[in-house]
Structures are given as C-alpha cells and as structure tokens.
Design a protein around this ligand. Structure first.
Ligand SMILES: [Zn+2]
Length: 160
C-alpha cells in the first residue's frame, strides 16, 4: 500500500516548531479515487484519534469512505505522529506527517486552523495559529520581535 508523506514548505520569521496544536487535529485533504480517477471537489477531514472499521474485516483506519462516483471503499491511516516544521527548514520542503492510503490518493491539503509554534528565541508558545485567511503573523512580547508564517505550500511524496 502506498505511504504518502505530506511535505510542507513555508517562510518562517522568528518562529519555529510549527505543528498541530492537538493530537485530534483536523486535517483537510483533497482526494482522488485510484479506481475511477475522479477527484472529489470537497475537502475531506480526518484526524489521528478517530478510527473506523474497514469493510470485510480488514481492520481499522483513521478514514474509511466510499467513493461518491464509483462507490468503491477506500481508506487512509496516519502512520506517523506530526513532525514539527522548524526554522531551519524554512523555505524548504520537509515532511510533516505520513499517511498510508488504500484506494485513494491525497492530491490537496489546506492547513486551515488549529496549529501551534514557538518563538525561535523566546520559546513563547503561540497555540491559536490560523491560516484560514492565508499568512499568519503576531508579535512576540518576550523577544520583542515580530513572528510570521507565510507562503505555505504543500506536496505529497510517495515513500513506498
Ligand atoms: Zn471512484
């Protein structure tokens, strides 16, 4: 089964360790059915805490769904915990999470909200980072520096 790494690239200013704020973070993906090749125009959501039964006793996965076009069952399951995106990785693609996919491929990602990061100098925690409107910025009182995360891009890389 293919395992896909979600890699992100972002421009970080005076901030590091960008990662989902909670273990039950809601991830937003666009998916393509590998059987009929249709891409659902809606983003699907999945999180690492919820589990659903796959049909015919094949176990559980974080996401189990039926393609709305061909009705084939597909599933996706997180195989790693999120890896923080650090200041050293700024403006370079780096994997943030890996997902095993059956019958579907991930073709789009939106970060939306529910992220946290830390001031690179101060360690100040910013735990309500929201990319719904695009770039994010704030002011770190402790280090007296502006902090910002901008130009987020995402891609999926096959690891197997
Ligand atoms: Zn399909």
């Amino acid at each position: 089964m293919p395992i896909l790494a979600l890699e992100i690239k972002a421009s970080l200013e005076n901030i590091t360790n960008l990662v989902p704020a909670d273990a039950d973070h809601t991830w937003h993906f666009k998916i393509q059915c590998t059987k009929c090749r249709e891409i659902d125009s809606n983003y699907i959501t999945m999180n690492a805490i919820e589990k659903a039964e796959m049909g015919s006793g094949r176990g559980e996965a974080n996401l189990v769904m039926k393609c709305k076009f061909c009705k084939c069952e597909s599933s996706a399951d997180f195989v790693s915990k999120p890896v923080p995106y650090t200041l050293e990785k700024s403006e370079k693609f780096a994997p943030i999470v890996t997902i095993e996919c059956r019958g579907l491929e991930l073709v789009g990602f939106e970060p939306r909200d529910g992220w946290k990061a830390e001031g690179a100098e101060s360690g100040t925690v910013f735990d309500e980072i929201d990319f719904t409107e695009g770039d994010w910025g704030d002011y770190d009182e402790k280090s007296e520096l502006p902090v910002a995360i901008s130009s987020i891009e995402a891609r999926f890389v096959k690891t197997k």
